[in-house]
Design a protein around this ligand. Sequence first.
Ligand code: PLP
Length: 404
Amino acid sequence: MGFIKDLGEIYLAGNYQRFPVAFVRGKGTRLYDEEGREYLDFCAGIAVCALGHAPEVLAQAICEQAQKLLHVSNLYWTEPQAQVARLLCENSFADKVFFCNSGAEAVEAALKLARRYAWKNFGPEKHQIVALENSFHGRTYGALSATGQPAYWQGFEPLVPGFRHVPPNDTEALQRAVTGETCAIILEPILGEGGVIPLEESFIRAARELADKNQALLIFDEIQTGVGRTGRLFAYEWYGIEPDIMTLAKGLAGGLPLGAMLAREEVMATLEPGTHASTFGGNPVSCAAAQAVLKIVLNKDFLKEVELKGLSLAQRLNSLKEEFSELVQEVRGKGLLQGLVLKVSASPVMRFLFEEKRILVTCIKDRVLRFTPPLIVAYREIDALYEALREALKNYPLKEVQNA
Ligand SMILES: *Cc1c(COP(=O)(O)O)cnc(C)c1O
């Protein structure tokens, strides 16, 4: 480990806290560093590499498309984009899709659409957006203003005006915040970056009812929970409550950049020609990848497997909670988006897994270990994670290991 890290430290912006490792290739649930050391990946590019690393079907779809057409402007039609839009609409509440390149861009598109829809139908006063404390919606100004974590705002204010935040699962606070001036409520069904906090069905139902009562739109940010992550194609299916707008990105193209904003026809009709655009959005190669991902994830047996593996992971984590009740507070999540909430700092556990076991996990909000493996993770790999976590918790507090 040297050259790549040294080069990066000289030339790359210092905005990431990186582990001292450079990965050069991957296969399935495994990553390999410069020296050929193997790592088991329960991060998956933060819920991006849904089918694992370098899956054959994706590599093939990407290569074939790259040899045909890399890019044309959205002034013209392309087949992969139209096909992915059809797959998304045929399998969701939505009728229409706008494509972009990332999660933040999908959120920007959703916020802009909600404001413009209200402006057109009700006038400019109706522009307030209600979001949740502890939410995460991205780093661009609109998405950042929706994000309910002041730590992310520091030094970047003033933010976009017109946002209000209420605590997740606090129905009364939501009732107070949503008024006739509200144009949208934006929610993650499970707050991912906020600490893997699932919203209660009653709260989501209240949001739907308040949106309807106040002629506001309900936006689900499923950038982390969508595309099979929770054992359903979209997490909202668990509740049987549909949004008016939904954002997707992360797992959508299995590792290539692609974001999408979906909406009902009547809502999307507000985006008339010229109102919004993206040069790269819906790029043919990314869409060819998304087509390959969706064909696999849409398979009922595949989603059932994700659900069962998620149950297995949750069960393993819950047995750790029983065994180490003085260290473990809670297990929460759905499918293959699970959080192990500790009563103590989680980063020593994360570092132990990385350095001693070569298992990659993420640590959020200081005390939460998050697991977002590729959806193709094997049961024995879940067992391996369990054994490693058990050893870490047994030896907690772990001796301070030096971090280069
Ligand atoms: C990751 C994430 C985003 C931001 O996506 P980027 O591609 O990093 O811009 C937005 N919302 C949620 C729920 C996310 O998990």
